[in-house]
Design a protein around this ligand. Sequence first.
Ligand code: FCB
Length: 450
Amino acid sequence: MSEKILKFPDDFKWGAATASYQIEGAFREDGKGLSIWDVFSHIPGRIQEDDTGDVACDHYHRYREDVKNMKKIGLKAYRFSISWPRVIPEGRGKINEAGLDFYDRLVDELLKVDIEPFITLYHWDLPQTLQEKGGWKNRDTVGYFSDYAAVVSHRLGDRVHSWITHNEPWVVSFLGHAFGTHPPGIMDFSTALQVSHHLLLSHAGALEVLKNTGNDKTRVGITLNLSSAHPATDKEEDIKAAKIFDGFINRWFLDPIFKGSYPPDMLDYYKDNVPEILPGDMGVISRKVDFLGVNYYTRHIVKANPEEGILGISFLKPGEAEYTEMGWEVYPEGIYEVLKRVQDDYSPESIYITENGAAFQDRLDKEGKVEDKKRINYLKDHLCHIHKAIGEGVRLKGYFVWSLMDNFEWTYGYSRRFGLIYVDYPTQKRIFKESAIWYKKVIENNGISQ
Ligand code: FCB
């Protein structure tokens, strides 16, 4: 019996993603400065098991083997991030050539085997020295970020064409500055909103720099973590709660980038916490992006709950649903909902899924195999919904699995495994999970078999 294959467009970019702090290790080598994550992870009690990214996957030393593994899977594209303090140890001023050399070698290694690099400039590891000057709350950081973008672009821009300025500014703003679970560990809602504004400004600054220093192939975008917000009931208060949550997580970032204004209902809602916006800022922030990167993991079912925090909402978790190790509901329809919504309401020139994936309890069995059927199902079901969205005209150009390999999952340390490749941390051995072999087939077929 012949299998039915859901085919993707010919030039579809199949990829996988990682981030510097989560995989590189070598946290003090070859002149690298400290990042806020280096400092934060060393504070006892902040990270599960007090894990740190000091060594992580030791990718800094093992990148050649890692690129070989990418090639074995057949990846067309690889998304990674640059550690700002590895390149500019104090965030501004002196450049660390040895740090730039590392990324230079990595890019060449990728290009040698025809894997297209997608570089994220900021995946959360701000130089600690800049944090000491106020970090993202300080508007000066916006300018330092542009200077950093110029340094990286001068060195790599001849070979790297796809750039992502920021990864998930929502996380940086709110986990870092309102909830305090990420560095710098601040708990102040108005600071978080001011930070979000500066992140957006810095995105636009770097966008301009990258376009000016690059060539006609240069494409620049930003990655947002988007979710679909479902009201828990059809009661008016729950519908309103879902709209607020949508404003909080999605529209607060999408509207300024694509429409040049913050959502009016959220400005009303945030009242005195609204950030300081200088004349001209919104025009800058809405400079045209070449693509939007979307990270999708789950949906949210939202209920009005006036007692709960500044937003007055809480979330429902249906008992019958499946959950990942992160406690996130598996809801593949949500990726379709998000893609359609972005296309209909904002119409970006093109879209990439820059992250999608799941943490499950992976076990290395006696034969040395990792049978991660749940991850395969997760990826497959999401890809089916993506296929449907493309069929309905969504301009989706590629898909990156989070993650290429198991790594340091922020405050969860090494306890959550998202990789296609299993990492045995004590030996740093890499072992292909069943999902890696499955993904290889998907890429070979340019589609998923039903
Ligand atoms: C995203 C992050 C990524 C990874 C996944 C699970 O929010 O961008 O680094 O931690 O979640």
